[in-house]
Design a protein around this ligand. Structure first.
Ligand code: DSN
Length: 425
């Protein structure tokens, strides 16, 4: 940080301000987390200087003595942790990983079936504005209007009618367990390839807090920085028959040189995720989300599906008088960071939706447990009520900052506090 301050004080000051923000706010965006100091050290290492197109033992540039060892170690750890035969750890992001899977399995124009974005899927699950919805014939399933749960009978009927070549099971805003066995039965019935996109829940899976798709899905893709708590990136795991096609789709199909610094950081994160303490962490994420959901419901929020089984809570805030965007903005001013989100069958537009999505991975990384979740839910209710009262919101933000000082996140040095920040690097 000292070097950065000398060379570019403007950027250094902005990074420091972001460090303080991440320390002094309750970060409840369910796809965000705090990477450890070890993960960040690898991310910021000399590996950023290297090019290594290709795979271990077959590279297009020389000087790969250490890169090959790093990538191979990362792959072995990924395979072991997820219980899959093959891993590709090069995707730059979850979206690129997903696109590589499309390239490996489908030809343009082939039919793919994924969860609709407004019901909790992802852009790359075939939504119409994404390349995946433009280059392929996309059929979308959603949740039941009555229960807001995935209706596996309806998904089966749709699959039999449309006969997709590939089915994607996975979500970004679904608060319940995904039944990968039910998806496997559906895919088997029509001879489709089953892809599990576990980006949100991969940390829960390796920690034993959500059923694994290993042995059920042919291909599993994930980001590496959400509940898994690694660096920003993507990863694909698969059965042996898909290994070659997946590797070819990632490189040279979609990418050039892998980001070796990210690969090393992912290897570190996978080592961390194999520890017993990570299992406890994954289960605490779920216990915390349940506690927060229960308390929010007591405060009168309508929760999509009535609660949660995983790391996230989706609430319809129109029942307490305001749609998601102004509520998320007021919460942010009170030091509680969430995101506005559509709820299933939302009559409002995606940028001004009816709901707010929140989750517990980051606050659980800070060591917060059930009592803290109840306190946070009470603050959320207070902030929503006071959403037009800037004095009250500012006072809440002060209380939140003081509270956060007692729960140092991973990655921050001893002695750090919101009043006396110490640069992280
Ligand atoms: N942006 C991610 C999320 O917030 O869920 C999905 O890619």
């Amino acid at each position: 940080m000292q070097k950065l301050q000398e060379v570019d004080p403007e950027i250094a000051a902005l990074i420091l301000a972001e460090e303080v923000r991440q320390w002094s706010k309750l970060r409840l965006i369910p796809s965000e987390n705090y990477a450890s100091a070890a993960v960040m050290a690898a991310t910021g290492s000399v590996l950023t200087n290297k090019y290594s197109e290709g795979y271990a033992g077959k590279r297009y540039y020389e000087g790969q003595q250490y890169i090959d060892a790093i990538e191979s170690l990362c792959i072995e750890r990924a395979k072991h942790l997820f219980g899959m035969a093959h891993a590709n750890v090069q995707p730059y992001s979850g979206s690129v990983a997903n696109l590589a899977v499309y390239m490996a399995v489908l030809q343009p124009g082939d039919t793919v079936m994924g969860m609709s974005l407004p019901h909790g899927g992802h852009l790359t699950h075939g939504w119409n504005v994404s390349a995946t919805g433009k280059l392929y014939r996309s059929v979308q399933y959603g949740v039941s209007k009555d229960t807001e749960l995935l209706d596996y009978d309806a998904i089966f009927d749709l699959a039999v009618k449309e006969r997709p070549k590939m089915i994607i099971a996975g979500a970004t805003a679904y608060p319940r367990v995904i039944d990968f066995a039910a998806f496997a039965t559906i895919a088997k019935e029509i001879g489709a390839v089953l892809v599990a996109d576990v980006a949100h829940i991969s940390g829960l899976i390796v920690g034993g807090a959500h059923p694994s798709p290993a042995g059920l899905a042919n291909i599993v893709c994930t980001t590496t920085h959400k509940t898994l708590r690694g660096p920003r990136g993507g990863m694909i795991l698969c059965d042996e028959p898909w290994a070659k096609a997946v590797d070819k789709a990632v490189f040279p199909g979609l990418q050039g040189g892998p980001h070796d610094n990210t690969t090393a950081a992912l290897a570190v994160a996978l080592k961390e995720a194999g520890a017993d303490s990570f299992r406890a962490y994954a289960h605490q994420i779920v216990a915390n989300a349940r506690t927060m959901a229960e308390r929010l419901a007591e405060h009168g929020f309508r929760l999509v599906t009535g609660g949660t089984d995983n790391h996230l809570v989706l609430m319809d805030t129109t029942t307490v008088g305001a749609p998601g965007k102004p509520v998320a903005q007021a919460l942010d001013r009170a030091g509680i960071v969430t995101n506005a989100n559509t709820v299933p069958f939302d009559p409002r537009k995606p940028f001004d939706p009816s709901g707010v999505r929140l989750g517990t991975p980051a606050v659980t990384s800070r060591g917060m447990k059930e009592p803290e979740m109840r306190q946070i839910a009470d603050w959320i209710a207070g902030a929503v009520q006071a959403r037009n009262d800037e004095t009250k919101l500012a006072k809440l933000a002060d209380d939140v900052r003081e509270f956060c000082d007692a729960f140092p996140p991973p990655g921050y040095p001893p002695g750090y506090s919101s009043g006396h920040p110490v640069p992280l690097i």
